[in-house]
Design a protein around this ligand. Sequence first.
Ligand code: C2E
Ligand code: MG
Ligand code: MG
Length: 455
Amino acid sequence: MTPEIEIQDSLSPGAKAVAYTDPLTGLGNRRRLMDKIRKLASERADDPAPFTIGVANIDGFKPINDLFGHAAGDEILCQVAHRLRACLPDGGFVARIESDEFAFVLPLVFEKKGAEKIGRMFKDVLSAPYDLGDRNVRLSASFGFAVYPFAGEQFAELLKSADTALYRSKRRGRGQITVYSEEIAEEMRRGTQIEQALRRAIIADEVAVHFQPIVNLADASIQGFEALARWTDRELGFVSPGVFIPLAEERGFIDSLTETLLKKAAETAKHWPSEMFLSFNLSSAQLIDPATAFNVLAIVNRVGLDPRRLELEITETAMMSDPEIAAKVVNELHSIGVRVSLDDFGTGQSSLGRLRDFAFNKVKIDRSFVSEITADKSAEHIIRAILTMCEGLNLKVIAEGIETEEQAEMLKALGCRSGQGWLYGKAVDAASTFRLIEAQQQVQTKSAQVYLINR
Ligand code: C2E
Ligand code: MG
Ligand code: MG
């Protein structure tokens, strides 16, 4: 028995009820959940029948709170609690374990299919409108389930598995249901292996920054470079930033990684010609951190790069977790002279309103449209629409992932001025950027001489 349980056992029945109850909704709280799960696990330890636990998190609850006020937020939480309690299957239990997070114990659900079925039922029940007196609000919830004993034999381990499953759901968008599985377990093991190697690599300064040219499509001259993280581990080999950046975010050490990368990138960029910019990807964690602009400024100042030569790329999906703080971060970045571009445009939860509300300077059209532009009429129409819209909103546009001359020609014909892609160069190390710039300067000098001679 843990000390926590011993303390609870020494309380009077009234005090115990209070200690085990969520005061807002009247549901059980985390302690009560822990108690339930421990009891059930000890019963099932002799009888090997599985049971299921689950967690549900309301999607975008913070904006609801901000928009309608905390009293309305509380009212919604109470209605959610009421609905969940009303539709619990036989023997089931529900608790509120965090502000907008609920957990269930389902003693008679033994496997994935059963858990998914209950998840769908909860999801439907929660998606009906909420009556707030003068208005109705709709919301969705994401779910994660874990089946005992496979996903864990102890409370903490089981809840962690359910949380991991919930995290997967959140990553896939709103209203998703995930059950912790052997694949997820394997991914977690691999994730832990990569995490350990990456933490070591950051300390040993083995994560590098490469740079991909961003060009003026009219003459392919370099306007700037996008910094892209590169890491090759001795044992794991090359690991894509598409894998290790989200992992560092998920496991909470993206800040130190970003700091190292931005410092390295800025150190290289300050030696480029002053008209060339550095484009750097901000991660979603930085968009919920109010200190981001300050931290960025501290790094570029220390390195000696003019902040007006820095552009930060952010994605819509990253902005979604807390649009209010993200807007604040973007505005502060502007006030210190840093420009902000919207990366991978067209792939996230694109909202045209966001283009107006957020003070972006540039939009980067995602590679998925560019790669289809010569084959698929609808991709062409989408690019045309984005270009027209951005012109109206006074936003510059960069087309990403240009691989062929045909794509480049088509983009130019549609009026796109800047681009990036393997046609113009893959990401290369710092020394190679200087060689590229030098080669460009030589060509420019020669053509200037030819021009002068021919005059
Ligand atoms: P992104 O910011 O959209 O970067 C563009 C990705 O497209 C890069 O992949 C780049 O190598 C690739 N790419 C560029 N041109 C072409 C092309 O013509 N064809 C094809 N097939 N691919 C092209 P990469 O380097 O693997 O990076 C993947 C993602 O990882 C990036 O997408 C970005 O979201 C993230 N990332 C990379 N470096 C960093 C970093 O330093 N910090 C953060 N937060 N994220 C980073
Ligand atoms: Mg980018
Ligand atoms: Mg991109």
